[in-house]
Design a protein around this ligand. Structure first.
Ligand SMILES: [Fe+2]
Length: 284
């Protein structure tokens, strides 16, 4: 018997974001997809199977009482809190550090291209797809509007993922590197055994990505449990999972410096992880 799932909801974050469509897709729970930009998408995106197919709900490995006091409470999507919009359009966020600030672990050239070219392309593609949806819906062409869903998923996901990624990083001379502290450290110890075990699991997940994608440390909204998941291409982390730490495994993130030695990049990036940001997302 399919579970009861809350109705579609609209969360407002910095203007007209974000829509959450939730539906029962099996006996194990509700599936939720969130990625859109305003009420005009509500009637179309929630019905697109492709959009929902990319979202999955994983039960915790070791079910336990929820850590969070507001289990299951509806909240704005965490990923969206990092994105920036001007009058309904996505914009490229500024980096909180210089392009050369993550050297020697990530070169200035990679950072410049990654941020100013690759991320900008996702922003542009996202805005174009949203504009197409708006125009199609105004014309009553819902088929055309729905056809934009893969582009919204890809470019919107790319914008969200990179916005979170930049905040996940910091120069090693400032907040980058080291190990998490406080309640995040305790949770990592509880769910992975140790920080080293977490790092090993993330790096194994990164190495296992075929083609392009991301590895994420995520928190289950219901139980508070931490886990590591991967996403192909630019598929965002949505549903019952809150993205805490994302590592970009696309070649554009490392190839200019590390060439085919991506394992070296996966090892190096831990020197510039901003654990304060991860802890802030964990505690929200
Ligand atoms: Fe990237």
């Amino acid at each position: 018997m399919a579970p009861h799932c809350p109705a579609t909801q609209l969360d407002r974050v910095k203007g007209t974001w974000a829509i959450t469509a939730e539906t029962p897709l099996g006996p194990s729970g509700c599936y939720r997809a969130s990625l859109s930009n305003g009420e005009f998408l509500l009637s179309t995106l929630q019905l697109i199977p492709r959009f929902l197919k990319d979202v999955f709900f994983s039960p915790p490995k070791h079910p336990r009482a929820p850590r969070c006091s507001q289990a299951g409470a509806a909240r704005p999507v965490a990923a969206l809190s990092s994105t920036s919009f001007v009058r309904g359009k996505a914009t490229l966020p500024d980096l909180p550090y210089d392009y050369n600030a993550l050297e020697p672990y990530i070169s200035a050239k990679i950072m410049e291209l990654h941020h100013s070219k690759h991320h900008q392309t996702y922003v542009n593609g996202f805005n174009t797809a949203l504009q197409t949806v708006a125009e199609a819906e105004a014309a009553g062409d819902l088929t055309k509007a729905a056809s934009q869903a893969p582009l919204i998923n890809f470019h919107g996901g790319g914008h969200l993922n990179h916005s979170l990624f930049w905040e996940n990083l910091a120069p090693s001379s400032r907040d980058g590197g080291g190990e998490p502290a406080g309640s995040l450290k305790s949770a990592i110890g509880e769910d992975f055994g140790s920080f080293d075990a977490l790092r090993k699991e993330v790096n194994t997940a990164l190495a296992g990505i075929q083609g392009s994608g991301w590895a994420w440390l995520v928190k289950d909204k219901t139980t508070g449990t931490l886990s590591v998941v991967t996403r192909a291409n630019q598929d965002p982390v949505t549903g019952n999972l809150i993205p805490l730490l994302g590592i970009d495994a696309w070649e554009h993130a490392y190839y200019l410096q590390y060439e085919n030695r991506k394992v070296e990049y996966f090892d190096a990036i831990w020197n510039v992880i901003n654990w304060k940001t991860v802890a802030k997302r964990f505690e929200n």
